[in-house]
Ligand binder design. Structure first.
Ligand code: GUN
Length: 295
């Protein structure tokens, strides 16, 4: 048996077509959804994520603009940009690409974003609302994973999902969304992390494994139950002299090793990554609709 490939690009393409129609009706009301982007520093991975997000905006008709600040930018300079976007009526969503060069600033910068423009779903107001099951911008990677599972015929409902990684961006919000009583959630959840004593013991119980540890080969074949579904959130650059850029991207899972054991698996690249971007577009369109009085 060779596991089904969960094609994030194809699912994203369907969702982006749905969004295009919504953007068209916004435009008929004179509203163009707008995303304000802030990139601080020169991290190449962050640069490439931001470029991909801006390109995706352009492809479906979302206006985007970008401010770039040097890694030496002060807290005040960063907050000024956020405030500018907060008060700009053409901007419905704000994206501050993380990590910031000074990680200590992150929570203050996130808290300065208008919660009604927080299309990353990172503001404490949105996190709190999400936790309570209230209407909120949902964080893009967790929401993208749930949409991908549902739309590919592997909904999390009733399943035991084991998440490897407890980040604020993926692991912890995903665990919370999975516990909600709705059509994306209703799962049983275990969350594992660097303090977990026997990771394989837990992952072997999983119907669905979500690997979000940020380390290649975190999940190996001996850690996977036959017929499990695997979602690989990892995006790791490993040296590869045969590639034009001198590196290739791999996930957190030994893809070739587990492929024959699993029912389905996301590739890296082309799995979760496109879904994260799609959910950012989704939140931006929804934000514009909310402001236009639609929803
Ligand atoms: N860094 C890694 N993932 C994300 C994301 O989804 N949003 C932002 N703003 N930064 C990130």
């Amino acid at each position: 048996m060779s596991g089904q490939i969960l094609d994030g690009k194809a699912i994203s393409a369907d969702m982006r077509e749905e969004l295009k129609a919504r953007i068209e009706s916004l435009k008929q009301k004179g509203v163009t959804p707008g995303l304000g982007v802030l990139l601080v520093g020169e991290d190449p991975a962050s640069r490439s994520y931001v470029t991909a997000k801006e390109k995706a905006c352009a492809q479906i008709g979302i206006h985007s603009e970008e401010v770039r600040l040097p890694a030496t930018a002060t807290r005040e300079e960063i907050l000024n940009v956020v405030n500018g976007y907060n008060h700009d009526d053409r901007i419905h969503g704000i994206l501050v690409q993380l990590p910031l060069p000074d990680a200590e600033m992150e929570q203050d910068v996130i808290a300065a974003i208008d919660p009604d423009k927080d299309v990353d779903g990172f503001h404490p107001v949105n996190i709190g609302r999400m936790l309570l099951g209230l209407t909120a911008f949902l964080p893009c990677t967790p929401h993208g994973i749930l949409q991908m599972l549902k739309r590919s015929g592997h909904p999390a409902k009733g399943k035991h999902v084991v998440i490897v990684g407890r980040s604020n961006i993926v692991g912890r919000p995903l665990a919370n969304l999975l516990t909600l009583k709705n059509d994306l959630g209703n799962a049983t959840v275990t969350i594992c992390h660097t303090g977990t004593t026997d990771l394989g013991y837990h992952t072997r119980q999983a119907d669905i494994i979500v690997a979000a540890a940020g380390r290649p080969n975190t999940v190996t074949p001996d850690m996977v139950k036959d017929g499990a579904v695997i979602v690989d959130v990892g995006v790791n650059r490993v040296d590869d002299a045969s590639r034009p850029r001198g590196y290739r991207l791999v996930g957190d899972v030994d893809f070739d090793g587990v492929r024959d054991k699993v029912a389905a698996i996301t590739p890296v690249p082309g799995g979760v990554g496109p879904m994260t971007i799609t959910m950012l577009l989704y939140n931006t369109v929804w934000s514009a609709e909310r402001r236009a009085g639609g929803n």
